[in-house]
Design a protein around this ligand. Structure first.
Ligand code: DGJ
Length: 726
């Protein structure tokens, strides 16, 4: 890893082990984007700017700004001066003019990586990480902009963020501040993204990139079920193992836009940042604004390499939880078992049966507080309902602990029910536009988390509950998206700050929670998987992946999620059949195999299982203990996708020393008159022999010829196969 400034060519080069990223100072003023891709050993690459070609050359156009800006590959484009492509920065002056023109001023290279004020971000210590700061200024506005880039010794990822400072005399308004943007020639790129809905999150979609702008975005106030803060541009025919991939992932949980724009010159601009819709930030003299971090990954070896780069970066430089490298307790959650209809006796019955089968933690889900017996009331009233939990929370927790189990609890701190004590006392604490009907969703309003008095109040109430009993785990839920955006506490010209201030409030409270309760295992959740993003992973080592617990639906959800995020972050449980979301019946073993890829647990009424199913629970618990170290810490390889082949899904986890692997194989659809399949494993040691299902094979044979998997009778049949070096 290094960062070079070549003063002869005025070129900055950021190098990771296998990639390079080049930036040039153009005309002593602008920042041009030179290169991103496979590692280069030379910085003599200025010719990539095509400075001597029309329409840039003076003989053709006297180097007029309009022609120059609109066709030069730029590093951080702005609105208003003649680049008509999508800008990264749009400033409105106090007088109402929308334009800025940054001029390069200098740079600094430092060891390590500065943290981003109030925001989640990757981190790196001075020995393994370096940061480039490029300083630019717009003298008319008195605006200083610092572009930050970090590289890591142990990763091919490059991170970017932007700091905007007002060093002038009067305020200006930031109307758009994306965190990353660069231009490159088109290579027939296709756009990959993750799309879905509630209970159908993060399905992979790939489409050709045409002329114009294609974006993936959310202005729902969260990263969302529907679209995901990730975009990749891939060369045609890119597979898991071959092809070029340019990926961006946002370390942020609120509104975002990721965009690819192909223009008249077949140049492609790729960018990512906070969605400008609904965003304006007033920056007063002496104030600064930090744009959240984008992680960029280039892979010249297909999608699999991109995936493992993200996984390693997030495991080594993002997730801070002490639980990251620990086997998490196998939990049983009462949601699908009881929904709102439970009392302490029902919970204890579940815990008793679960403890006999080796389950290690009981999680009490929604419905334990205020007067909540449906989703109609009580959010905000964070006091235990002793009519349901007779004897109180502490007695319940102690009784669960007597069974040898830990105890966890569900909360939804960001919300307020119109039917609650809190709303009666503080109606102005809800996000609202005076005079308009406040939008309800799931019978709830959203609390104005931009206000510290609100987050402080909620925090204290929840902290009191956590202090009142021995609680090991919290599931932090968020069950609706934001609308009627207005804060009773912000002045008119700061209302456009609400979405982002809301996110800062959520981050502030999560930081406080994990600081004050350092042993707490925090799992984020949002109506299933609507806030499964890198921002949240900074606070919690795991996130509930989806409310859809059907094993077959989960294949696509977990495939899309694991394309970016480490498998150890995916909340995954075994639930009952017919499945509550899709009504499908799958074998108990298959449900276990699919959930084993994630954090693993149960979401069913265990007291109602048959003896045969209880035996299967015991076997699954054994499997979890046997394989979780490998699954959690190993490298993930996608082998086959049922979304592509229509019949089967397969992936494997390989230990870092290549001595052990675990192959997962799900036959989704049986085939009449079918044969066995040869499944080719990946990245084994070709010189090494391995044992699989009692037979010994060379690593080379397993990779080139494949392991034979018999055709099974019936749909949804699965197996996991242990492969061990001998
Ligand atoms: C949505 C979550 O995803 C579910 O697991 C459950 O906790 C419900 N909310 C409770 O309201």
């Amino acid at each position: 890893m290094n960062i070079i400034y070549d003063s002869i060519n005025s070129v900055f080069m950021l190098n990771t082990e296998n990639t390079s990223y080049g930036i040039a100072v153009v005309d002593g003023k602008y920042l041009g984007h030179l290169y991103y891709g496979e590692k280069l050993e030379s910085t003599d690459i200025r010719y990539l700017l095509r400075e001597d070609e029309g329409p840039r050359v003076p003989s053709v156009n006297r180097r007029e700004k309009g022609a120059f800006l609109d066709c030069t590959p730029l590093e951080y484009p702005e609105t208003g001066m003649g680049d008509y492509r999508e800008s990264a920065l749009c400033i409105r002056s106090l007088s109402g003019y929308r334009a800025s023109e940054l001029c390069y001023e200098g740079y600094e290279i430092c060891e390590g990586k500065p943290s981003l004020e109030g925001l989640p971000a990757t981190w790196g210590d001075p020995s393994g990480c370096r940061t480039l700061k490029i300083f630019c200024r717009d003298s008319l506005l008195g605006m200083k902009v610092t572009l930050l880039y970090s590289v890591f010794a142990d990763s091919d990822a490059i991170t970017r963020s932007v700091l905007v400072e007002n060093e002038g005399e009067e305020p200006f308004y930031i109307e758009k501040v994306l965190s990353a943007s660069f231009d490159m020639d088109d290579r027939g790129f296709e756009v990959m993204g993750l799309f879905g809905s509630w209970a159908r999150e993060r399905h992979i979609q790939r489409m050709p990139l045409g002329y114009g702008r294609q974006n993936i975005s959310s202005f729902r106030g969260e990263s969302s079920h529907q679209e995901h803060p990730f975009m990749a541009l891939v060369t045609p025919e890119t597979t898991q193992d071959a092809g070029e991939v340019y990926a961006m992932n946002f370390v942020y949980s609120g509104n975002f836009i990721a965009q690819a724009e192909k223009n008249q010159f077949d140049s492609v601009r790729m960018s990512m940042g906070i969605h400008p819709e609904g965003f304006t930030w007033k920056l007063g003299p002496g104030e600064r604004f930090t744009a959240p971090e984008v992680v960029m990954v280039y892979s010249g070896e297909g999608l699999g390499k991109m995936t493992r780069t993200f996984h390693d970066l997030y495991r080594n430089h993002l997730i801070r939880s002490p639980y990251l490298h620990q086997k998490r307790p196998i939990l049983i959650n009462n949601w699908e078992a009881t929904y709102f209809d439970f009392d302490e006796k029902k919970l204890l019955d579940i815990a008793e049966e679960a403890s006999k089968l080796g389950i290690e933690m009981l999680v009490m889900d929604d419905g334990w507080f205020g007067k909540r017996s449906s989703d109609d009331s009580s959010l905000g009233d964070w006091v235990v309902n002793e009519e349901k939990i007779k004897g109180g929370l502490n007695a319940l927790v102690e009784n669960v602990k007597k069974m040898g189990m830990k105890f966890g609890i569900w909360i939804e701190p960001e919300m307020i029910s119109p039917e609650s004590e809190l709303y009666r006392e503080h109606p102005d604490w809800a996000i609202q536009i005076p005079g308009r009907e406040t939008t309800q969703s799931r019978a709830q309003y959203v609390l104005d988390f931009s206000r510290e008095e609100v987050t402080d109040y909620i925090y204290e109430k929840i902290a009191a509950v956590l202090r009142s009993a021995d609680i090991s785990y919290v599931k932090w839920d968020m069950n609706r998206q934001l609308a009627t955006m207005g804060s009773c506490a912000l002045p008119a010209d700061r209302q456009g700050e609400l979405y982002h201030r809301y996110m800062l409030g959520v981050y502030r409270m999560q930081e406080r929670l994990i600081t004050d309760f350092p042993d707490l295992l925090l799992e984020n959740c949002s109506g299933g998987g609507a806030r499964f993003d890198a921002g949240m992973l900074y606070y919690s080592p795991q996130i509930w992946c989806s409310d859809d617990t059907d094993a077959i639906e989960r294949l696509a959800i977990q495939e899309g999620t694991a394309m970016i995020y480490p498998v150890s972050t995916m909340g995954a449980h075994v639930s009952v059949c017919p499945n509550h979301t899709v009504g499908r019946t799958t074998p108990f073993e298959t449900r276990g195999h699919v959930a084993l890829l994630g954090t693993f647990g149960y979401e069913l009424d265990i007291t109602k299982l048959s003896d045969e199913e209880k035996d299967l629970v015991k076997r699954q618990v054994e499997c979890y203990h046997r394989y979780n170290d490998l699954i959690r810490e190993g490298d993930y390889y996608r082998i086959a996708s049922v979304a592509e082949n229509g019949y089967y899904d397969s992936w494997m986890i390989l230990s870092g020393d290549r001595q052990k692997a675990l192959l997962f194989y799900i036959q989704v659809r049986a085939r009449a008159n079918g044969k066995s399949r040869f499944v080719r494993l990946k990245e084994l040691d070709p010189e090494q022999n391995y044992r699989a299902e009692g037979k010994v094979y060379s690593g080379q044979v397993l990779m080139r010829a494949g392991l034979r998997i018999p055709a099974e009778f019936g749909d949804f049949v699965s197996r996991i196969i242990e492969i061990e070096a001998v």
